[in-house]
Design a protein around this ligand. Structure first.
Ligand SMILES: [Zn+2]
Length: 104
């Protein structure tokens, strides 16, 4: 059974291959400032449609993830691994985070 979510305005939709099994509360300052909960998934199990903009931590050299926002309403929809994280992990990381604060 798939599971769908979207940003507030609906311009970005996220379809998961299955319902989230766990919910994670990251305690880094960036996630904390967004008050967002994550489902960590394989990118192979996630389909995203719609235009997003990205931000990564300006206070870190070569940060681990790009945070994606809806280009229209600004809701955080997901994060994706950066080349820096892949390099540190010795290969492509099979992990991304899908924001669960967005409406279903
Ligand atoms: Zn939106």
């Amino acid at each position: 059974m798939s599971w769908n979510t979207a940003c507030h305005c609906g311009a970005v939709s996220v379809r998961l291959a299955r319902a989230p099994e766990k919910i994670a509360e990251c305690n880094c300052s960036l996630c904390f400032s967004h008050s967002i909960l994550w489902s960590y998934m394989s990118p192979r199990d996630v389909a995203i449609e719609g235009e997003t903009r990205t931000y990564n931590r300006a206070d870190r050299e070569n940060p681990n993830s790009d945070l994606h926002f809806c280009a229209t309403c600004g809701c955080t929809t997901h994060w994706s691994a950066t080349a820096g994280l892949n390099e540190r992990m010795g290969g492509e990381v099979d992990l991304m985070g899908v924001g669960l604060c967005a409406r279903a």
